[in-house]
Write a protein that binds this ligand. Sequence first.
Ligand SMILES: [Zn+2]
Ligand SMILES: [Zn+2]
Length: 461
Amino acid sequence: MPEPLVPLVLRSQAKLERLLKRGVDFRAELQFYTFWPEGLATLLQAGYEADGSTMWSALESGSYAAVKLLHHTGNLDPEQCINMLASCPDSDARGIVIQELAERQKKLWGIAMTHLPPETVLQLKVRPDTLLGYKAAQVRALLEENGIETGDVGWRQGRLIYEAARLNLELADQFWDIGFRDVDDMDDQGMTALMKLRTSLDYYTSAPHDILGMAAWLIGKGADTGLCPMTYDFSALHFLGAALGSSMASRIHSKSRLPSSYDAVVHSIILNDSHDSCCCHCSAGGCTPLVAFLRGLDTNRDIHYIKEKAIAFMADMFASLSSKSPETFERKVVPQVLRYITFRALGLTDTCAHPKSEDWQIPEFPPFDPEEAREIHEEERDSIQELECLVRDFVSDYQRLSLPFETFLREHWCVRMHEVLSKKKTLSEEEKNQIREIGVVLESESEDCSDSEAEDCLYKC
Ligand SMILES: [Zn+2]
Ligand SMILES: [Zn+2]
């Protein structure tokens, strides 16, 4: 074992002081002393200087007494430490890093205001009421380009403060209280912290109500739910719906219900009218945040998954609205849900333009080609007609049967879809085409819709 580590292992002040007297060099081992704050204090008093990575190591090892000691050395690198704050349970230790961060951002902005031309400062569009967030890296780069010394302040890479808060509300409060007031701060792709909640999700420790908690916090502080990223028209509420759906689907064993304290956020997701520009029959006229939620629930698996799992998640999500405002629920929610799950159960091709991967990152590929979408719709014309007829029937059956929605889905929708699917199984599309070619009208096509009715209910892109 290297000699400088011996006092640490033995936790011996006497040994440490003896080695110091003998002139043993502790620089390379300093960061390990974060595990033993008393020893670290002795080394700091003896003149050793901690660097940013020593603070990082103290936070990482959960040695918060060491964090507090290192604070006084002034050698703290908040950029390096910020990712660990959300998992740090010691609010004083978090406060030290945040204080340092705030001071550096103030200093950086002070240098920018003093040295950059006023028109350059104006172009940065920094709000006067908030500390620098994501733009700190841009400001630092501008100063360096202009040959202005920034010293240690400012970040090399942009960071969204409230993305770093992840789902930790106490940490979010600390950021807010010290002066980070721009909850709609955006990254280079126009993504805000609210849009990025999905990527803040830790499957093993967070639950749907953690996502709702942080969403409610951000919205309460003024986050704009209608903002969209630069490349496509999917609003923050769409992202939130998707995050909530995914979170529910990933916690399939959880029996906990959504707390009623989040009703307002839940209702804003399921009742929001903003449609994106998708050209796809899974929604009527573009996806809403509700459709994004249904997609997040992973309802694209198959009818068995919908029956066994997804219906219960939906019932949880819709419980409050369907009991408080049954008419609004019937008018705005029921048709969208019936369309989406029927579309999925029929196995139609999804021609939505937004990312379909499960983390909802901004796509690197161009949006779905509208021409290709039209070709697919033409190929699947018969199944799309069938979808339109089924949706129309389901909506009127729901009104007629007056069953609770969950019961309706289990006892009516599932049964009917099983019938439809087992009929379809017996005849492939190719076989159907061969039958039609000889002039026979198939029973399922003549059942409910005349051709002209089916044309009417077809959604046109
Ligand atoms: Zn869409
Ligand atoms: Zn779609």
